[in-house]
Design a protein around this ligand. Structure first.
Ligand SMILES: [Mg+2]
Length: 219
């Protein structure tokens, strides 16, 4: 890995698909929401899926995609309470807690940077307690732009006085890593196994890890 570990003073970590298993979100949006939408509108689930998929696709990479209020309004379904209903399925990816504990034993600034909505964070923290390991938790909804947008990084580094040369970002989204790289971040790691039910997919553009065992010894 082409990273100067001894110079790193800040670690930025994504949440969904990096710390938490994306299996939950994939199930929630692509199975559970279509199911409830189908029941509510008295249509077949396959019809609901066909109707919803392009709606989701259109909003990818935008803040609306991550916004529970937006989908509650558009689908006329209480998305938040549905999330609570299946929150038992939320789980932490392997070796994440060990890694976070290791980070907390180092003199590092540990920040969560996520596109998840604050209400979504509440549900996930109640279930997993991962918030206790972070100095700061930043939702892109606070800045009004997703991590895919240059402005997100601009606001982040100014608010937390982050030196991008001394910072490492770990994220499962290639679009987010690309956006961070375009902004000037150099130390970028791609989590290539975000959903435990799908085989890992590495990217030729970034350093890839399958899980945090691969990083624990660097800190
Ligand atoms: Mg993610």
């Amino acid at each position: 890995m082409n990273i100067h570990w001894d110079k790193i003073d800040t670690v930025l970590l994504d949440m969904d698909g990096t710390l938490l298993d994306l299996k939950f979100d994939n199930y929630f949006w692509h199975e559970f929401i279509p199911l409830r939408f189908a029941i509510k509108n008295r249509i077949d689930i396959e019809v609901a899926k066909k109707y919803l998929e392009p709606l989701f696709k259109k909003k990818e990479k935008s803040l609306d995609w991550y916004c529970l209020d937006y989908w509650t309004k558009i689908l006329d379904i209480d998305v938040l309470s549905l999330k609570v209903e299946v929150s038992e399925l939320i789980s932490v990816l392997p070796y994440v807690i060990e890694f976070l504990e290791k980070l907390n034993n180092c003199p590092l600034n540990v920040l969560m940077v996520t596109n998840a909505h604050r209400d979504s964070l509440k549900i996930k923290f109640t279930k997993t307690n991962i918030d206790i390991y972070f100095d700061h938790i930043i939702s892109s909804h606070d800045y009004g732009v997703p991590k895919e947008d240059y402005l997100f990084w601009y606001r982040l580094i100014n608010e937390y006085e982050i030196d991008i040369k001394k910072t490492i970002l770990i994220d499962d989204s290639l679009d987010v890593l690309e956006s961070a790289r375009n902004f000037g971040f150099e130390n970028l790691i791609h989590l290539s196994n975000p959903d435990s039910s799908i085989p890992p997919k590495s990217s030729p553009l970034f350093t890839n890890i399958n899980d945090f065992r691969e990083l624990i010894n660097f800190f």
